[in-house]
Design a protein around this ligand. Structure first.
Ligand code: TNX
Length: 549
């Protein structure tokens, strides 16, 4: 999907629609200020809202390609409203009905056709492709159209954000359930908009992963990268190698009891994600980050001695035995099994921080694992270091180093691009959700620096690394490493608000993104997170409404 951003309405210097849009922004700023903004730096030029007094102007994250307010028009959802989900509309209708049922108490029927009044209609059309959608809110209907079910699902996320924040509550709330009149035309800038969960350093249950999937879906994230193995834990049961999970998965950082997914558990996660049009990318890290596996079977080790399990947080001390055939027998079984369990096109083979593997061995390893991935019908993804080895066609290199901090990072990512690989951008000093926000953040690390919300937002994937341009970039991903992350509250605190910032970088046209506007739209998400019981970081950079605290 990467390419020149489409011509936009609603931007300074734009057309008539642009002026409408600026009006909308003024309204939005006014609403933020009058909702008792409690942070210094909140907009000082509040003007009274005149057009639609009781309905907030749309404040959406990620910002769509085009939003046009229809002044004076609102749609109000009642218990008589029906959801018309035309054939081919996938899970979008039932997903929406489920959300609306909890908070409105209305059991809105999801039907395949019928009258055009008092409906939310979801329909496929020939006008859009992929994840693109268009949404039109009039007095009598909400009409959502897309070329695919996936596009309709993305459009449903926009509709959620047009409803009042209380729509996200898990218990019945009082309405009115009013949506502002609006016309949205939207499509993503990048095809890969991901987040990674490290389930190896601390294990997270299926339910915890599903909860994270739902929160990510709200921001149109479409890729969930699961870091399934590391020094501290192996988290997926593999036929024929039972000790990987039963022993290698038996602990975690700090010495807790760890855990692992059965293949049925993993399949549940994959299906849950697929119902939200999120593709799972499983990662088995190597040749470094392999202590849990090496501890599970003595014969994986060059000296035939199994090291003890590891519960600390050091990196770079373990390596597969590159010369041993059993290493590749194991990887063939593991990657073959994951390939069969995973409908998505990618297997992630890690490849980072292999400080205990020689450069020659590293290149040998990448040269051997690529054909294994390909033989199982998948494309290979790996951290940027994989560029130092030979990559199969269609590979993806995930750039994680900081832009200025690592020459080897920029070298290897360029080597990957020179081999035809695409790049997923996860620069640690921008996109890592485990970096502290400031020096007082209780959780997280700071080796890549402190990452406040503005740092997470104010960069562009197509101009970060010299020699890696828009056409090379497949997308962005926000990884959440879990050395210090234990609970749902911990996940929430580090991911919100930075995950939505990265999600917007991945979705919105470059020209639509400005921090001064984003911080206002982000502020409007606060009450939504409160309704969802998301434990978010109240960044002083964002003018949160008082009621959200
Ligand atoms: C570096 S980034 C790692 C991980 C750590 C992370 C902590 C990368 C590919 N490797 O092993 O968990 O830093 O921030």
């Amino acid at each position: 999907m990467a390419g020149a951003p489409p011509a936009r309405s609603g931007r300074p210097g734009g057309t008539l629609a642009g002026r409408t849009d600026r009006g909308r922004r003024v309204l939005a700023a006014g609403a933020a200020a009058t909702a008792l903004a409690c942070v210094p730096g909140a907009p000082a030029t509040a003007r009274p809202a005149t057009a639609t007094p009781h309905v907030a102007a749309p404040r959406l994250v990620p910002e769509p390609s085009s939003v046009r307010a229809v002044p004076g028009v609102t749609f109000t959802l009642t218990r008589a409203t029906r959801i018309v989900a035309r054939p081919g509309s996938g899970t979008a209708g039932t997903y929406l009905a489920g959300i609306l049922r909890r908070s409105t108490g209305y059991r809105l029927p999801v039907v395949a056709g019928g009258a055009a009044h008092d409906v939310i209609s979801l329909a496929l059309s020939g006008r859009e492709q992929g994840e693109a959608y268009r949404l039109a809110v009039s007095r009598t209907s909400v009409r959502l159209e897309a070329g695919t079910a996936e596009g309709l699902f993305r459009g449903v996320q926009t509709l959620r954000q047009l409803l009042p924040p209380a729509v996200e509550a898990s218990t019945v709330q009082r309405g009115p359930w009013t949506v502002p009149g609006v016309r949205v035309e939207d499509s993503p800038r990048f095809a890969w908009r991901g987040t990674m969960l490290d389930v190896a350093r601390h294990f997270f249950t299926v339910g915890q992963v599903e909860r994270y999937i739902d929160l990510a879906a709200l921001y149109k994230i479409n890729t969930l990268h699961l870091h399934l193995s590391d020094d501290q834990g192996w988290r997926i049961a593999i036929d024929g190698w039972p000790r990987l999970a039963s022993y290698g998965g038996s602990t975690e950082v700090g010495g807790g009891k760890g855990g692992y997914y059965t293949q049925a558990d993993y399949t549940r996660i994959v299906r849950y994600a697929a119902e939200r049009y999120i593709t799972v990318v499983p990662e088995i890290d190597g040749p470094g980050h392999t202590n849990a596996a090496l501890a599970s079977y003595a014969r994986f080790n060059c000296d035939d001695k199994a090291p003890p399990l590891y519960t600390g947080t050091d990196v770079g001390f373990s390596s597969w035995c590159i010369a041993k055939p059993v290493t590749y027998e194991l990887l063939d079984d593991v990657l073959g099994r994951l390939a069969r369990l995973t409908p998505g096109p990618y297997l992630h083979i890690g490849g980072d921080e292999a400080h205990s593997t020689t450069a020659a061995d590293y290149a040998t390893y990448i040269g051997r694992i690529g054909p294994i991935v390909t033989a199982h019908g998948k494309k290979m993804a790996g951290w940027n270091e994989i560029g130092a080895g030979r990559l199969p066609a269609g590979s993806v290199a995930q750039y994680w180093n900081t832009a200025t901090g690592s020459e080897s990072g920029t070298r290897t990512v360029r080597e990957a691009v020179a081999q035809g690989a695409k790049v997923v951008m996860s620069p640690a000093n921008r996109a890592y959700l485990d970096m502290k926000y400031d020096e007082n953040t209780r959780l997280g690390q700071d080796w890549a620096g402190l990452v406040e919300v503005r740092d997470a937002y104010d960069w562009d994937p197509a101009s970060l690394v010299d020699g890696v341009t828009e056409k090379d970039v497949l997308g962005v991903e926000a990884p959440l490493w879990s050395e210090t992350i234990v609970t749902d509250d911990d996940i929430d605190y580090m991911a919100f608000p930075r995950l939505p910032a990265i999600a917007e970088i991945g979705w919105s046209p470059r020209a639509a993104r400005a921090w001064s506007d984003f911080r206002l739209r982000l502020a409007a998400q606060g009450p939504r997170w409160s309704a969802l019981s998301v434990n978010y970081y109240r960044s002083p950079q964002v003018p949160w409404p008082m009621t959200a605290s």
